[in-house]
Write a protein that binds this ligand. Structure first.
Ligand SMILES: Nc1ncnc2c1ncn2[C@@H]1O[C@H](COP(=O)(O)OP(=O)(O)OP(=O)(O)O)[C@@H](O)[C@H]1O
Length: 597
């Protein structure tokens, strides 16, 4: 309705102007002239109001489709089960473009089509008027617009290509901008004085993106300018013909008015049809990125008929597990065989880069082994539903998250089924030794752990948020793992790396009690923390090189014994401490039986 009116009103206005002028020349009666003038004013009023109504409807539609597309996009992202997709820069570029166009493209296309419909209605009206006055001029003006149409489509393709090509630079620019404004990076940026370097890189990326876009703009400008000349020449010729015809008395004064309006209308109608078609075409090309994310297949193979995952009774077994992150990467795990018996604690030890956290990622099925299998009571974990597997596991990861949410939410996220269960949250926080610190916060457990956001609903001032210390954050992450109670398998990847000596001792005592009778995997560089484990596995260069309980491994005098002795002596005196540091550094490249001599 708004579209039809938007297209028809200019034509109506032109015809009414013609009528008015012709009646004036013919000295028609005053009431008739006033009637036409009033009708013309009403048309003018509608012409003024309708664009605002159209604008309102357009923005409202944009909001609705933006919400829908954002929701669908992140449902699709959340459906991805593994981590591999998120480590692929092409996917991340695609995701950014998808976010950019997902909400706007459908609207832009609909707007474009409505605008084309409006222009076509106006075109038909003016072209019809022009045909009545001079079919030849109508043909010339129409013909002159064909090159514009073709060039708009070509430019829209080129623009879509450029938007795709500058994606990585724009994402890097966002990354640098994020660093320059993030509180986490602020310390290093200031101390190392790297702000200028980051800023220069950010601006270089922006300049590169701008240069690529400018090249298309310039091309468009050149093409449009030359085509504009062609159109002006065509309409100028038409106007000359009209003046000549009026001079000969073939056209009236009113005819001249409508002729001028029709030429301008046809030209602007054709230009906007070409422009809208080009834009809609460009949006559709970019919309492919949104569809690619929405329709992405599963990133991990899913069993057609998943097997039921039983409660863990016997154990988790890795059978000849080989893994590398991609064909181009080196092997990280090389034929690992090990069993985590049900109800027992397994300690996993190894120098930096040995593959411990990678093994954790495989156990949670963030990746599948490249070769070999991981079996849960004999069932290959690839044959069960991933979410079922993960429901049976709880973990604190080495690179745990700090959420800018309240303290209670930071813990409660560990078990969404009991998200609001404050007594459970409190119990987990007590176990993790962070309860006292949380109740001492300005709003206790309801304190927002952020200096980046405020709780607007609570009317907080920006100064009210709190940032915890590193060790407190770590305890909170531990509480998040512990609130997820009654799970079959507990993974603790460096749960005490950021804790002071007392806290570490206290946490490990608590965890020891908590692990009692549960199946757990404990990874720690502090060997005193793993010495109580039922079995300790030493991983080096992706292989299990030693296995046994603490006493057996010490007696064997291998890598574990060396690391343990070095660490223990480091606590005894300064000189030994220095030896310890050197030994730990040399342990970066361990020597063990069967390795380099
Ligand atoms: N996503 C990844 N893509 C490619 N390589 C990776 C990835 N994650 C880890 N690696 C590589 O895998 C190797 C093992 O890393 P992993 O984090 O498993 O070691 P780790 O034994 O846990 O070490 P640390 O004791 O330092 O935590 C390292 O060489 C690392 O560079």
């Amino acid at each position: 309705m708004v579209t039809v009116a938007g297209g028809a009103l200019p034509v109506l206005s032109a015809w009414m102007t013609k009528m008015l002028l012709d009646r004036l020349v013919l000295r028609a009666q005053m009431p008739m002239l006033i009637g036409i003038a009033l009708a013309l004013a009403a048309v003018g009023l509608l012409t003024g109001v309708i664009p605002h109504i159209a604008q309102y409807i357009q923005v409202e539609m944009q909001r609705a489709s933006g919400l829908l597309s954002q929701s669908r996009l992140f449902v699709a992202v959340d459906r991805l089960l593994g981590l591999g997709w998120f480590e692929n820069p092409r996917h991340l570029d695609g995701l950014r473009l998808a976010q950019q166009v997902g909400g706007t493209a459908p609207n832009q296309v609909v707007d474009g089509l409505l605008s084309i419909a409006r222009s076509v209605i106006m075109l038909v009206g003016f072209l019809g008027s022009l045909m009545l006055l001079s079919p030849m001029v109508a043909g010339i003006v129409l013909g002159a617009s064909v090159p514009t149409l073709i060039s708009e489509i070509a430019i829209s393709r080129r623009r879509a290509r450029v938007i795709r090509a500058v994606g990585p630079a724009e994402r890097r620019e966002l990354f640098y901008a994020g660093l320059l404004s993030s509180v986490e990076a602020a310390k290093e940026i200031r101390l190392f004085g790297i702000g200028e370097l980051l800023r220069d890189r950010m601006l270089a990326d922006r300049r590169a993106a701008n240069a690529a876009k400018r090249a298309v703009d310039r091309r468009e400008l050149a093409v449009q300018a030359s085509l504009g000349l062609l159109t002006v020449a065509a309409s100028g010729a038409g106007l000359l013909w009209a003046v000549y015809a009026a001079h000969r008395g073939v056209l009236s004064v009113g005819d001249i008015t409508i002729f001028v309006a029709a030429i301008a209308g046809v030209q602007s109608g054709l230009t906007s049809v070409a422009r809208d078609l080009g834009r809609a075409h460009q949006e559709l090309l970019l919309y492919d990125h949104y569809l690619a994310v929405i329709m992405a297949g599963p990133d991990l193979p899913c069993a057609a008929t998943p097997r039921i995952l039983p409660e863990l009774r016997h154990g988790i077994e890795l059978r000849d597990v080989w893994f590398r992150y991609s064909d181009g990467h080196p092997w990280i795990l090389r034929g690992v065989n090990l069993t985590i018996p049900s109800g027992r604690a397994l300690g996993l030890v190894g120098v930096n880069g040995a593959g411990k956290s990678t093994l954790v990622k495989l156990l949670c099925r963030f990746y599948d082994p490249t070769r070999g299998t991981i079996a849960w009571d004999g069932v290959d974990i690839r044959e069960v539903d991933v979410s079922q597997l993960r429901r049976r596991i709880t973990a604190i990861f080495q690179d745990y998250m700090n959420y800018d949410m309240t303290a209670a939410e930071n813990v409660g996220l560990g078990d969404l089924g009991h998200f609001g269960d404050f007594s459970r949250i409190q119990m987990a926080a007590r176990r993790a030794g962070v309860h006292d610190a949380l109740i001492a916060l300005p709003r206790g457990y309801e304190t927002l752990l952020s200096r980046s956001f405020v709780m607007e609903s609570e009317g907080d001032s920006p100064e009210d948020g709190v940032i915890l210390s590193g060790g407190q954050w770590q305890r909170l992450a531990l509480a998040r793992a512990l609130v997820r109670d009654r799970r079959d398998f507990l993974i603790l990847d460096e749960p005490s790396a950021g804790l002071d000596a007392d806290a570490e001792h206290e946490i490990h005592t608590t965890l020891r009690e908590h692990r009692e009778g549960r199946t757990s995997l404990l990874i720690s560089h502090r060997l005193s923390a793993v010495r109580d484990a039922d079995q300790i596995v030493v991983l080096a260069e992706g292989r299990v090189v030693e296995q046994g309980d603490h006493a057996t491994l010490i007696a064997a005098g291998g890598l574990y014994a060396r690391l343990f002795t070095t660490q223990a002596s480091g606590y005894q005196d300064g000189a030994a401490g220095e030896r310890c540091r050197c030994a730990m550094l040399s342990a970066e490249r361990p020597r063990f039986a069967g390795s380099d001599p």
